[in-house]
Design a protein around this ligand. Structure first.
Ligand SMILES: Cc1cc2nc3c(=O)[nH]c(=O)nc-3n(C[C@H](O)[C@H](O)[C@H](O)COP(=O)(O)O)c2cc1C
Length: 185
């Protein structure tokens, strides 16, 4: 049985939900899959990456940046990622990525540039739309809401005072299918 680890970074929870969805889909395909929040890697026992056929790294984006713990995970295991045959998948959740016109640019800025900086490559990577929560129950705070409004000011799909969930679950499922196919090879 193939074994996959998802290491994710999330500030507001949307990337955690995407990771859970990918875990469930891969499990349904008979792949032994688990996910861990990169924040917990600091205190918990470090997983033995050699045990995995595949690793997926996912991060939410804030002001253009991955979470610091997710980058730290790569930095702490750089030699492994440079030298092993593990099937590496990478995704980010980004408020801007739901705009098809932005996808090529954001793939470069949020994924290719980051991986290049570390000198590693991924077998599969993609940018997913995120959640822009402007509702009164939002967990992003006053400043966060201001920043969301700045990021999305030209996007007519972003509605004020609402939780704008821009995740495309078909896209996420397709990514997961493609990843499972890569693992088989
Ligand atoms: C304070 C703040 C800053 C953000 N900055 C960006 C940004 O620079 N680019 C972008 O595409 N999305 C940005 N977003 C949208 C997030 O990427 C989106 O909410 C994503 O779903 C967050 O993932 P998380 O919930 O896993 O942290 C921002 C959101 C907040 C609240």
């Amino acid at each position: 049985m193939k074994k996959v680890l998802i290491v994710y970074g999330t500030r507001y929870g949307s990337t955690e939900e995407v990771s859970s969805k990918i875990v469930n889909t891969l499990k349904e395909k008979g792949i032994d899959t688990s996910a861990i929040n990169s924040k917990d890697l600091i205190t918990e026992n470090q997983p033995n990456l050699e045990e995995y056929d595949g690793i997926i790294i996912g991060s939410g984006i804030k002001v253009g940046q991955w979470t610091k713990e997710t980058k730290k995970f790569i930095e702490n295991n750089l030699e492994f990622f440079k030298n092993s045959n593990v099937v590496l998948g990478v995704f980010v959740s980004s408020g801007l990525a739901s705009n098809p016109e932005k996808v090529v640019e954001l793939k470069k800025e949020y994924i290719e540039d980051v991986l290049n900086q570390y000198g590693i490559t991924a077998g599969l990577y993609d940018v997913f739309g995120g959640v822009l929560d402007l509702s009164k129950d939002s967990n992003v705070g006053f400043v966060g809401k201001k920043m969301i409004k700045m990021v999305s000011k030209e996007d007519p799909r972003i509605k004020p005072n609402q939780r704008n969930d821009l995740r495309d679950w078909n896209q996420i499922n397709k990514f997961t299918e493609n990843y499972a196919n890569l693992l088989k090879n």
